[in-house]
Design a protein around this ligand. Structure first.
Ligand code: SF4
Ligand code: SF4
Length: 542
């Protein structure tokens, strides 16, 4: 199905193996399945190699003359620098345990979307130029030359991997195909072969501090607007400090929280929560983005975009950092920030000012996830809730890949949801927690031009949502990732109409009983509360 061919035409999935061997078949850039290349102005802005206008469907990709040497040299450098890269290329035994675990293979039936074969696209070139068996035996050892045809395959399939790492959970050797994709993308970047939906947000970040390109004055206006909206709904006047030096805590969230929908309601939820507990905190108009699209391009760009978080914490003189609902933001923070831009010795190990709980696990990064923070408040009985205000929702929870597999945050969001919602239902066990299915649009693939591939990749996630919709009447998919909040609504609209998407802190904000508030007649979306449903104790269901 292409974008033009109509949303209602069902996707067909053909699992029949192709007649020709994978090495012989060439990639086909079919509309609806690939991402547009980055505009040269963004590559120039970020000072990246070979900026130019080009199209994947054109025969001539306008590569630099020495492109082959550049890629092989880049591969050699990375083999030396990243031991995991060399290891993952060497140890795969092609057992196939990962083959049917990728949502893109399940949704497309394309064998090159099997993680093992996706890696083989690059591994075959590694064998040819960096192993004795590959040099001597060639294709009999699974080796092949680096050609333009191979390069085009890399572009197509490494931008059809959402770097979700589900395959790694099932690999008996722990091979992380995501890391091979990351290396593949880095090598493509050496030739200027990037996609626009990665580089435009990254260059926006350079100009304004956030992916959406919102300048500081517009950021302030949107905050003012939110303050008015909170007042209308709850009667409570919240204070939202920006760039306040000497605050105890710097709060950083993805920019979509204060500009996108349904993210906006999560934003209102944060403001109410911070008001209720009297948090001494500040936003920053420069570190106005927690997300990091540089991570989908290269370690170097990820590091450059991440630097502003510690830099602003230092400038503002805060003690520690609290972070909002985002997915890949947390993979970068949890696994890379400390070595990218730390150690942040000028900060203190985080301690909740309300409960005095020490977040020991964050003593290195000095940054705590909002779900950890809120779960701790609830556990210590510091918040009062009226879950009946969420009675219109039968809720299930989507574990965002980077949060669940990247940082192991599994129970806190569930603990919160069980306290603020009357009805909460889990999707099947093999589709949640570490084995969660990706939204199908992460790692910069959430654009419109590749919608068919997004719907295919998101099919396993949507299928599990459909199960709880049919079984329990679920009508809200809660999540804690800005990309999920943007990309799951069209996915569910296609596969599971009738299920909406919302943030965990939207539901917190709905249920939170705030001192001095007026009687609420609407939820944070402005929808009337169902007065026929009386407030009830949370119902814990498996
Ligand atoms: S499960 Fe691991 S070892 Fe087996 S084919 Fe996949 S990547 Fe290779
Ligand atoms: S990281 Fe995710 S998208 Fe990439 S190959 Fe593995 S399962 Fe597929």
């Amino acid at each position: 199905m292409s974008e033009e061919s109509g949303k209602n035409k069902p996707l067909e999935i053909d699992y029949a193996p192709p007649a020709r061997s994978w090495m012989e078949s060439a990639v086909e850039f079919r509309k609806g399945t690939y991402c547009y290349p980055a505009a040269s102005k963004h590559e120039k802005y970020l000072d990246l190699p070979n900026p130019r206008e080009w199209q994947p469907t054109e025969g001539d990709w306008k590569l630099p003359e020495n492109w082959k040497e550049t890629v092989l040299k880049g591969m050699k450098d990375r083999l030396k620098r990243y031991r995991s890269f060399q290891l993952f290329l060497d140890i795969c035994v092609r057992c196939g345990a990962c083959a049917d675990k990728c949502h893109f293979f399940i949704g497309s039936g394309d064998p090159k979307n099997m993680p093992v074969l996706r890696s083989e696209l690059l591994r075959s070139v590694y064998r040819k130029y960096f192993t004795l068996s590959g040099k001597v035996l060639g294709k009999y050892a699974g080796a092949r030359d680096l050609t333009e045809k191979v390069l085009k395959e890399w572009f197509y399939y490494f931008f059809q991997c959402t770097e979700c790492r589900r395959c790694s959970v099932f690999c008996p050797y722990g091979i992380d195909t995501c890391e091979i994709t990351m290396m593949g993308r880095e090598l493509l970047n050496l030739l200027g072969c990037n996609i626009n939906w990665v580089l435009e947000p990254a260059s926006n970040c350079y100009r304004t501090g956030n992916h959406l390109g919102i300048p500081p004055n517009a950021f302030k206006s949107t905050v003012d607007f939110a303050v008015d909206e909170v007042k209308d709904i709850t009667g409570v006047q919240v204070e939202v400090p920006i760039n306040r030096k000497g605050a105890e805590i710097l709060f950083v969230s993805p920019s979509a929280d204060y500009f996108g929908s349904p993210h906006w309601y999560t934003f209102l939820g944060y403001l109410l929560l911070f008001h209720e507990i009297g948090l001494d905190y500040t936003w920053s108009s420069y570190a106005s983005e927690g997300g990091n699209f540089g991570f989908f391009h290269s370690a170097e760009l990820a590091k450059r975009l991440n630097a502003k978080i510690y830099s602003e914490a230092k400038r503002l003189g805060v003690k520690w950092i609290l972070g909002g609902e985002c997915g890949h933001m947390w993979r970068v923070i949890h696994q890379y920030m400390d070595t990218f831009n730390g150690p942040a010795d000028f900060l203190e190990a985080p301690v909740s000012p309300v409960t005095k709980t020490a977040f020991d696990h964050a003593r290195s990064t000095k940054m705590v996830h909002i779900c950890e923070f809120t779960a701790d408040l609830i556990k210590n009985n510091r918040l009062k809730f009226d879950p009946g205000r969420n009675a219109k929702w039968k809720v299930t929870y989507h574990d965002s890949c980077n949060i669940s597999r990247g940082m192991g945050l599994l129970e806190e969001p569930r603990f919160i949801l069980r306290n603020v919602c009357p009805e909460f239902y889990e999707m099947p066990e093999n589709t949640i927690r570490e084995r969660t299915f990706c939204c199908g649009s992460g790692s910069g693939l959430g654009s419109d031009e590749n919608m068919e591939m997004r719907l295919r990749g998101g099919f396993p996630r949507a299928n599990a949502v459909k199960y709880v919709q049919e079984e329990y009447g679920v009508n809200l998919l809660a999540c804690i990732c800005a990309i999920d909040k943007a990309t799951l609504p069209p996915l569910l609209e296609y596969w599971v109409p009738g299920v909406e998407v919302g943030g965990v802190h939207e539901l917190v904000g709905n249920a939170l009983v705030v001192k001095g508030e007026k009687e609420r007649t609407t939820n944070l979306r402005g929808e009337p509360l169902d007065s026929s449903v009386s407030p009830s104790a949370p119902e814990t269901v498996p």
